[in-house]
Design a protein around this ligand. Sequence first.
Ligand code: PGA
Length: 256
Amino acid sequence: MRKPCMAGNWKMNNTWAETVLLAQGISNRSEGRWEDDIDVVLCPAMPNLKAAYSVIEFDNAPIAIGAQNVHWEASGAYTGEASCEMLTEVGVSYCIVGHSERREYFAETDEMVNKKAKALIQAGITPIVCVGESLAVRDEGTYLDFVSSQVRAAFAGIEATRAQKCIIAYEPIWAIGTGRTATPEQAQEVCEAIRGCISEMFDTNCAEAMRILYGGSMKPENVAGLIEKPDIDGGLIGGAALDAESFVYLVKACLE
Ligand code: PGA
């Protein structure tokens, strides 16, 4: 049995004070059983990572902190970037890579996603590797091939024992922030194909161990149908993660 994971991608939202309040709201609603039963991850903006971590650490809450981006080099002249070591120092244990917004607005390529994943693994930070097709690719009908090629590129040159500890988030671009969620069947079809791709690249053990999340307008109203699908192990949540009550609702939905 795979342990579910629910990660909140706060994107470029929340000031320091708002970060503390939201982290407290989630921490206050957390339950001791989360420790064993689910990985709950909050991913605030870079300057607020320490603020969120301090709240969780103070409360000793069963919640981890994730970053939304990283640079693969250890240090150097990379203005605006942060290294794995810097993230580790402020309490980060997960990091989103290859989010479609980074691919689209910041020209993040498959090759960069691969380098970031490798650097994170090396540093002991769990990568949450995002893949997903645009509406145009979906309409063309080539989305399974498209997503599989993103997965192959992201995990190229990584050993199976390390790959299986990573997390993949399937996020169809047409469902992100649009209110238009993929149906459970649409999400399951792609998550199953991703698991198949991992099985081909590595082996069935690796594919069975790896967590695959769905992301894209997941919210309290639609979480149950998505989470019950066999290849969906949790969610990467944008909008609904900005409200403590709704995010905790999503976490609890994974535990039913
Ligand atoms: P959304 O975002 O839940 O607001 O659609 C998900 C994401 O981009 O990770």
